[in-house]
Design a protein around this ligand. Structure first.
Ligand SMILES: [Zn+2]
Length: 379
């Protein structure tokens, strides 16, 4: 599934920073010596992007542990005569959250616990097509807004590389999409197809709201329209199941936990940035990927595309991943045997194919399958 450009930049920055750290420990050591700030965790020349959201506002609001020089004498520092220094004797020196917890009564914890649980349950919903329960606190309208924002950004970054609507490749991709759309119940979708001329980019994605982007680099991997239907079916399924909203909701939970950890334990501000970097570097969850595989397979089968093409597509993707990992695979982890899982579901997909009357379409329209299978991509 596609992520917004800024997110992918964060991920790249995070990974390259961590990689630089792993391969150049001496450089990292020098950084640590020269800087006590957050950059100590990263190479000197590169600040992590998430440091921009390094909780400055929170840090300004919350009292921090006061930095002081080490001394063996509490008297010299605080001047309290013979009274020994004890760190927690001074409540004003503790972070706000600890002072808050210290003054709280047991029933306060019960009320907060019930409130958080209620909020979580209130925002729990069922994925209509699979029956899976999940947490989602992002509304369809908010998700659509984010999709529209991403759409503008991608159009801007792809300026001059988008093939015209009348181009044969764009027409063909639109034809595949038009057959899949009736199987994709997305309220308020405004479907549009853009084919980006970039033979080195093996990628395709669909944004909330129905904006479809296909890079020419993925077309040879698809081989034919059935393969392309497998890719688009998978990507459309992510949007139908509202996986972007689910991912954003889980991110908000993580950010909330990070804020809490920061307020309770973190002194330097490094823990939140590190956790956020890790969060952004994570690929789609295996659950979401398996769900998109399942839904996409059923969509393409009902649209009269050969479901076996999906298994063959992921087999080719796996081979390609070993040679040179394509962009598409960076967000589609092969942490489980995707091809085998799809083959296990093929009988169900074949049933859907037959129930949709696809066999009769082939009988009455003999040129139908040939047109699908023998198309020569022309860019
Ligand atoms: Zn996916």
């Amino acid at each position: 599934m596609f992520r917004q450009p800024i997110t992918s930049t964060v991920r790249k920055s995070s990974l390259s920073s961590l990689a630089s750290f792993a391969f150049f420990p001496r450089a990292a050591a020098r950084c640590s010596q020269t800087s006590r700030s957050i950059s100590a965790l990263y190479p000197c020349h590169r600040k992590p992007i998430t440091s921009k959201i390094s909780f400055t506002l929170i840090q300004q609001q919350l009292p921090r542990f006061r930095s002081r020089k080490f001394t063996s004498s509490a008297r010299s520092h605080y001047g309290f005569g013979n009274q020994p220094y004890r760190r927690f004797n001074n409540p004003r020196g503790q972070p706000f959250i600890w002072r808050l917890l210290g003054n709280a009564k047991p029933h306060h914890f019960v009320i907060i616990g019930l409130g958080i649980s209620g909020l979580y349950i209130y925002n729990t919903e069922t994925v209509e097509m699979t029956g899976r329960r999940r947490f989602n606190c992002i509304s369809s309208e908010q998700e659509l807004q984010m999709g529209n924002q991403s759409y503008k950004e991608v159009l801007g970054s792809s300026h001059g590389k988008i093939l015209p609507e009348s181009h044969p490749t764009t027409v063909l991709v639109k034809r595949v999409l038009d057959r899949l759309i009736p199987q994709a119940p997305i309220v308020g979708a405004n479907w549009r197809v853009h084919v980006i001329k970039d033979d080195g980019m093996v990628n395709a994605f669909v944004l909330p709201g129905g904006k479809v982007f296909v890079y020419t680099g993925i077309l040879p991997v698809c081989e034919d329209e059935d393969g392309l239907a497998a890719v688009l079916g998978h990507e459309i399924a992510h949007v139908v199941a509202r996986h972007p909203a689910e991912r954003m909701s889980n991110s908000l939970l993580t950010i909330g936990a990070v804020f809490l950890i920061s307020a309770m334990f973190d002194i330097s501000g490094q823990i939140p940035s590190l956790l956020l970097n890790l969060m952004y570097s994570l690929p789609n969850s295996r659950t979401q990927e398996a769900e998109a595989d399942d839904m996409g397979l059923m969509m393409m089968s009902k649209a009269c595309y050969n479901p076996e093409a999906a298994a063959r597509l992921w087999s080719r993707m796996k081979r390609l991943e070993k040679e040179a990992p394509p962009q598409f695979m960076s967000t589609h982890p092969s942490s489980y045997n995707r091809e085998e899982a799809i083959r296990d579901r093929l009988h169900k997909a074949q049933d859907a194919y037959e129930q949709s009357g696809c066999d009769s379409i082939q009988t009455y329209m003999p040129g139908f399958r040939q047109a699908n299978g023998n198309f020569g991509w022309s860019f």
